[in-house]
Design a protein around this ligand. Structure first.
Ligand code: SF4
Length: 488
C-alpha cells in the first residue's frame, strides 16, 4: 500500500495523478492522506509558508528533497519533488516526467519566455521537470507552432463547436456520449430540429464572427444528405463567419461518406474534412467494432480528393487492442501514401466508460501483459511524419493513455487546424452547441464553462433555453460588442 500524507496548500489532483502514473489503479483520499495499491511506501509532502516564499519538502524514509519556492509555484515544486522521489524509489521514468497536466506545451512556452533559446528551454524541461529529451523537443516545437497558429485567429472572433452525438456503431474504446445511429434513427430528426433551434437562438443575439467552426461528434455524416444540408443551411444563415473562416467537418467513419454527402459539404463551403480510420489494419477495425474496411477508407479519401477537398485530415491511434508498433508503422506508411494535409496521432486512452475498459478489467485476472514500447513507436512516427513534411502544431494529453503518451496534431505548412489550437489555448471563446457540447467563455485570464446536458432527452427539452442562457452569459460580460478576450 502506498500512503502519501499531504500538508499545506497541496495540489491533491496533481499528487493523485502522479500516484496513478506510477502505480496505476484508483487513488483514495482519506483525510490528509492519498492511498493506493502498490508496494509499502509511506511518503510525506509538506508546503510551509514563509514570509515571501514557501518551503516545500517531500520525504520517503531517508530520501528527502526540499526547496524554497515562490508561493505561486509551491504546488508545482511539490509535484516535481514527488515525481523525483517516486522515480528514485521505483526505478520508473515516464516520457513527460512530472508534467501531469493536459497541456505540456504551456510549460514549454514558459520555458521559452523571456527570449530563452531552444537549447536552454530544453534543458529546463529535462532537468527541472524530468521530461525526456524527445518529448521536451516535441513540446518546444509544438509550443512555437501553436503560438504562430493562434496569431491567425483574431482576438475578437469566436470558435463554434456543433456536436452530432451519433455514430454507425460504437468503437470499443469510445467514452463519448455517442449513440449508435441505426438503433436511434427516430431521434435524428428531433435532434436536428433542437440543434437548429439552439444555433438560431444563440446567433440571433450575437454578432461576433466565428474564425473557425467545427462540426464534430460522433460522426456528423451519419446524418442523411438532406439532414446535413438543413443543418449547414442553419449555420449559413445564422452564424457570422470571418472572411477566411475554417469550416471543419468530422466525417470520422469512411462508411458514412458518399458523393451526395460530400456534395452537400462542398456546397456549404466546408474547407477541412477529417476521415478517421484510426488504423489501416482490417483485423483491428473489426476488433474495435467498426464496420468498414481499409479499402472503404481509401475509396472515401480518393472520392473526397476528386471532388476538390484540398484539406484532408486523418487520425491514427497508437496502442489499439491487439496492435504492435509494427502495425502502427505500417498504418502510418499507408496513411502517408494518401498524402494527408494533416494527421493527428493519438495515444489510446482507456476510459472507464468504454467497453474496452470493461474488457480489460475482466481480463486483468490473467496478470499484467508485457506492454510494447509505444514511446519508441510514437517517436519513430514523428520522424516519418517530419520526413513527409508534416510538423507538430498542437498537442494535448489525456489520462490513462498507453505509455502515458500524448496526442499530437501534425500538418503541412499552412494546414494547421486553427480550431484545434485556439480551442485548446483557452484564449478564445468557444460556443458549444448540441448535446454534451461545452461552451467556454474567456474572460480575461478566467474561463467560464457552460456545459450542455449529456442526456439526449434533457437536451431535446431545453435546447432553446440553452441558447438563451449562453447568449445571456456572453452579453453579461458587458455590452456584448466588446467582449474582452485575453491574448496572453
Ligand atoms: S467514431 Fe468516435 S465518437 Fe464514434 S463511436 Fe468511435 S470513438 Fe466514439
Amino acid at each position: 500500500m502506498v500512503t502519501l500524507r499531504l500538508s499545506g496548500q497541496q495540489d491533491r489532483y496533481g499528487a493523485a495523478d502522479l500516484l496513478r502514473l506510477f502505480f496505476g489503479g484508483p487513488v483514495q483520499e482519506l483525510g490528509d492522506r492519498l492511498v493506493c495499491a502498490g508496494p509499502d511506501l509511506e511518503l510525506t509532502c509538506s508546503i510551509e509558508p514563509d514570509e515571501k516564499s514557501v518551503w516545500v519538502q517531500t520525504r520517503l524514509g531517508a530520501r528527502v528533497v526540499s526547496a524554497r519556492a515562490p508561493a505561486g509555484k509551491a504546488r508545482r515544486e511539490s509535484r516535481r519533488q514527488l515525481y523525483q522521489i517516486l522515480a528514485g524509489a521505483t526505478g520508473q521514468h515516464f516520457p513527460w516526467g512530472s508534467l501531469t497536466g493536459i497541456r505540456p506545451t504551456l510549460i514549454a512556452a514558459e520555458c521559452l519566455a523571456g527570449g530563452r533559446d531552444r537549447e536552454t528551454a530544453l534543458r529546463l524541461l529535462v532537468d527541472d521537470w524530468f521530461v525526456s529529451p524527445e518529448k521536451a523537443d516535441l513540446a518546444l516545437e509544438t509550443a512555437q507552432a501553436e503560438h504562430r497558429v493562434l496569431e491567425t485567429v483574431p482576438p475578437d472572433s469566436l470558435l463554434v463547436y456543433i456536436g452530432i452525438p451519433f455514430c454507425p456503431t460504437r468503437c470499443s474504446y469510445c467514452s463519448f456520449i455517442t449513440r449508435e445511429a441505426p438503433s436511434r434513427a427516430a431521434l435524428l430528426e428531433p435532434y436536428l430540429a433542437a440543434l437548429c433551434d439552439e444555433i438560431r437562438g444563440f446567433f440571433c443575439r450575437i454578432t461576433q464572427p466565428a474564425a473557425a467552426l467545427y462540426l464534430g461528434g460522433g460522426t456528423p455524416t451519419t446524418l442523411t444528405p438532406d439532414q446535413l444540408a438543413r443543418l449547414l443551411d442553419a449555420v449559413r444563415t445564422s452564424v457570422p463567419l470571418t472572411a477566411d473562416a475554417e469550416l471543419t467537418v468530422e466525417a470520422g467513419r469512411p462508411d458514412t461518406i458518399d458523393e451526395a454527402r460530400l456534395e452537400v459539404l462542398r456546397t456549404a463551403g466546408v474547407n477541412r474534412l477529417c476521415i478517421n480510420p484510426q488504423t489501416f489494419q482490417d483485423r483491428t477495425l473489426a476488433r474495435i467494432g467498426r464496420r468498414h474496411s481499409v479499402a472503404q477508407m481509401v475509396e472515401a479519401w480518393q472520392l473526397a480528393r476528386a471532388m476538390g477537398f484540398d484539406h484532408l485530415n486523418l487520425d491514427l491511434i497508437a496502442g489499439l487492442p491487439g496492435e504492435t508498433p509494427t502495425d502502427l508503422a505500417d498504418s502510418l506508411g499507408q496513411a502517408l501514401e494518401l498524402q494527408p494535409d494533416s494527421l493527428t496521432l493519438h495515444a489510446l486512452a482507456i476510459k472507464r466508460s468504454s467497453a474496452l475498459h470493461e474488457a480489460l478489467v475482466c481480463s486483468a485476472a490473467a496478470g499484467p501483459a508485457e506492454l510494447p514500447d509505444w514511446a519508441a513507436a510514437v517517436a519513430a512516427a514523428r520522424r516519418s511524419l517530419a520526413s513527409a513534411g508534416l510538423a507538430p502544431y498542437y498537442l494535448y494529453r489525456q489520462k490513462q493513455t498507453v505509455g502515458a503518451l500524448e496526442n499530437t496534431g501534425f500538418a503541412r505548412p499552412g494546414k494547421a487546424c486553427r480550431y484545434n489550437v485556439a480551442m485548446m489555448s483557452d484564449q478564445r471563446s468557444v460556443i458549444g452547441l448540441g448535446s454534451g457540447a461545452m461552451t467556454k467563455l474567456v474572460r480575461g485570464s478566467r474561463v467560464e464553462r457552460i456545459p450542455n446536458p449529456r442526456s439526449l432527452d434533457a437536451y431535446l427539452e431545453r435546447a432553446g433555453a440553452l441558447a438563451g442562457r449562453k447568449a445571456d452569459a456572453w452579453l453579461a460580460n458587458g455590452s456584448g460588442e466588446t467582449f474582452s478576450l485575453s491574448s496572453g
